[in-house]
Design a protein around this ligand. Structure first.
Ligand SMILES: *[C@@H]1O[C@H](CO)[C@@H](O)[C@H](O)[C@H]1NC(C)=O
Ligand SMILES: *[C@@H]1O[C@H](CO)[C@@H](O)[C@H](O)[C@H]1NC(C)=O
Length: 213
């Protein structure tokens, strides 16, 4: 009898928590097209994950920035990303994302290794980018999801962080967060092509597979 009561109370509690959050209002996927408010350069402020096994990959990242640009093909977004790892190495590279409706699909080919990601973007604070990244295994099954909040400068108001945490709860992420620093990797795109063949990059590129967004 007591056990049944506990179960009933738990059910009631989780129901009332869920209804305190108006998830329909909080979580609105963006339709992706050339007018979507996702373009430009973004600096990672905070990330969350939905499986404990994903935590260490994100914690290996000190800072991250990404630039999204529309391409001449309306179904393709051009991506450039740069991550600074804890050991101070910078990893960076281009990628193309194909979009269909509210989902983007990105293939990273790094040193002959291929990493697949599905992305969704949600309405968020102004000058913010809220991105849900599902890492796919080669068979197409999900390895898990990250939720990333990027801003233009890397900083965020406390009230905006509270909204992010509620959105993460609605999307069933763990209530754990990793905050990025603003010690960003430089933009290497304008430096000479010789840079891309520097040997110190090749040894760490496999790690990138796991931190790629
Ligand atoms: C990033 O690195 C800086 C400088 O080493 C350090 O102060 C900061 O705590 C690090 N932050 C993260 C999130 O790793
Ligand atoms: C992105 O697509 C363009 C056009 O098809 C292609 O030239 C470029 O190599 C692609 N970039 C990557 C990183 O796949």
């Amino acid at each position: 009898m007591a056990a049944q009561l506990v179960v009933a109370l738990l059910a009631f509690t989780s129901l009332s928590v869920a209804s305190e959050l108006d998830c329909k209002e909080l979580v609105k996927p963006l339709v992706l097209d050339s007018h979507s408010p996702i373009y430009g350069k973004w600096v990672l402020h905070v990330g969350s994950w939905d499986k404990p096994g994903l935590k260490s990959d994100l914690l290996s990242v000190n800072s991250s920035w990404v630039e999204l640009s529309p391409s001449s093909d309306s179904g393709v977004i051009t991506i450039y990303w740069a991550d600074r790892l804890k050991d101070d190495k910078c990893l960076h590279g281009p990628a193309n994302a194909t979009i269909s409706g509210t989902t983007s699909h990105t293939t990273f080919i790094i040193n002959g290794h291929t990493s697949y990601h599905d992305g969704k973007y949600y309405e968020t604070c102004s000058d913010c980018l809220l991105s849900e990244d599902t890492t796919l295994l080669p068979d197409g099954k999900s390895k898990g999801r990250y939720l990333f909040l990027f801003t233009r400068t890397g900083s965020l108001e406390p009230s905006e962080l509270d909204v992010f945490k509620k959105q993460a709860e609605c999307l069933e992420f763990l209530p754990e967060y990793h905050f990025g620093s603003t010690h960003l990797c430089p933009d290497e795109r304008e430096s000479s092509a010789v840079k891309n063949t520097e040997s110190d990059q090749t040894e760490t590129e496999e790690e990138k597979e796991d931190t790629a967004q």
